[in-house]
Ligand binder design. Structure first.
Ligand code: IMP
Length: 188
């Protein structure tokens, strides 16, 4: 790695190629499950910016997949912390109408599960025809709620991770891979 990030990154957990391949596998499953049906994909910003964008394009490359409506909503992040506050705040709602539609929530990562549980209950209240969840990275070690995840891309280690949309204090989202940071980054 020759970028300005070289000093901050401890190790790469999943390369850009491994992430692309996981997204292709998710796209194949989703295209098969929703073949010939319309699908409303709701990406959860900011973290799911890349996964939602890459996933819908991967689906569109497959024959017979769903016709996709893409929208986003914004929920509160950790702030400059590696621990979730446990309180989920909706900063910006979707403008898409979920009623009667097949809705797929696309998240970057699930840790304690509270964000996904909040979003599931929010959208379930809008009478979708079906509601499923897709998560690129799962950290299944510290769940506080048992939330169903229909599509999981990769299982991440029990660590705070950055890259491919995930940030630490709004930095590192643009890294094309998933990485662990050096401990010195957190002590600054
Ligand atoms: P949960 O509510 O604990 O499941 O966390 C969900 C949200 O916390 C994700 O959408 C991320 O924004 C953030 N998050 C969880 N783990 C990490 C991490 O390792 N790095 C960066 N953000 C994370």
């Amino acid at each position: 790695m020759t970028t300005v990030y070289a000093e901050a990154v401890d190790r790469v957990l999943f390369t850009a190629e491994e992430i692309a391949s996981a997204i292709d596998s998710l796209a194949a499953r989703i295209a098969r499950d929703y073949a010939g049906q319309p699908l409303l994909v709701l990406g959860v910003l900011k973290g799911a910016l890349y996964v939602a964008a890459d996933l819908v394009r991967a689906i569109s490359r497959l024959p017979g997949g769903p016709a996709i409506e893409l929208d986003f909503l914004v929920v509160s992040s950790y702030g400059v912390s590696t621990r979730s506050s446990g309180e989920v705040r909706l900063l910006k709602d979707t403008s898409a109408n979920a009623s009667g539609k097949n809705v797929l929530i696309v998240e970057d990562i699930v840790d304690n599960g509270l964000t996904l549980q909040y979003l599931r209950s929010l959208l379930n209240g809008r009478s979708p025809a079906t509601l499923r969840t897709c998560v690129l990275f799962d950290k299944p070690y510290n769940r506080r709620v048992d939330v169903p995840i229909d599509y999981v891309g990769l299982v991440a280690p029990d660590a705070f991770v950055v890259g491919y949309g995930l940030d630490y204090g709004e930095s590192y989202r643009n890294l094309p891979f998933l990485a662990q940071l050096r401990p010195t980054v957190f002590s600054k």
